[in-house]
Ligand binder design. Sequence first.
Ligand SMILES: C[S@@+](CC[C@H](N)C(=O)[O-])C[C@H]1O[C@@H](n2cnc3c(N)ncnc32)[C@H](O)[C@@H]1O
Length: 282
Amino acid sequence: MIDTPHHQANPALEKLKIWSSYNKSKYLSIKYDSYFLVYEELLEKYVGKPITFVEVGVLNGGSLFMWRDFFGAEARIIGVDLNPLAKKWEKDGFEIFIGSQSDPEFWDDFFRQVGPVDILLDDGGHTNPQQILTTIAAIEHINNGGLLIVEDVHTSYFRDFGNPSKYSFINFAKRVVDSINSRFPSVNDVKNAYGKKVFSVSFYESIVAFKIDSTKCFECKPTSNNGESSGAVDLRDKGTVRGVLSSKFGFLKKLPFKDFVSAAVFGFMAKMNSRKLKNLFN
Ligand SMILES: C[S@@+](CC[C@H](N)C(=O)[O-])C[C@H]1O[C@@H](n2cnc3c(N)ncnc32)[C@H](O)[C@@H]1O
């Protein structure tokens, strides 16, 4: 018997379809109340569609029934768990795969059998390697327009999960943000594969969602609507050191060693600014 606190429902949840599906489920599921707002925001558009949805972490089966009620009969609902007893939910029409989410070979085999999926939600073991390896394995196999949702990411701040660490899941997710920004031509920070598949990353309390769409992941180019110009001047650098440097020493940009010069000059300015900025990072 699990001792679950039975709080009064937060009024913000009362009208949510997913909250009603959760409460209707015959089998136990334990989720934090704030998650339902996130689920509704991210998942409502898939309701009634013939999607393939995967949840890592089955436990008592309660969330499988919640997802079926929420998405509707057209959805293919798949559960993944370490515990072979989870197989019992197959009799209720769910597909169940037994294996470890931190085993890349398990995922290779999984996607070979299942094919591409629309949404994968990770509610498994919540350690850094589990969350990171699941993300890496899944991103390639999520259809455009789909989602990868990792929950309980507060473990990235928990000591008993080996954190804080440079290699926490939350820091991994920030690297994906760097990769997305590297689609901008002159940003060369992380030109890795994530920026080619992940259109955006949303950070919520305890949840990170990656929106997958390779068709939206292109290198940006400047455009113009060819409208009439009124000759307005961009004043962003007026009166700043940066402005003076650009206007007086603009010729430096033409020199062969321009990258070195601008890195030195603007790097020095950034250092000066960082003293002021530090106070804003409390
Ligand atoms: C938080 S529970 C899942 C709860 C369920 N989603 C719900 O809402 O009712 C976590 C589950 O993840 C499973 N799990 C833990 N580590 C795992 C791993 N490495 N691979 C797959 N499943 C794992 C556990 O066996 C457990 O059933």
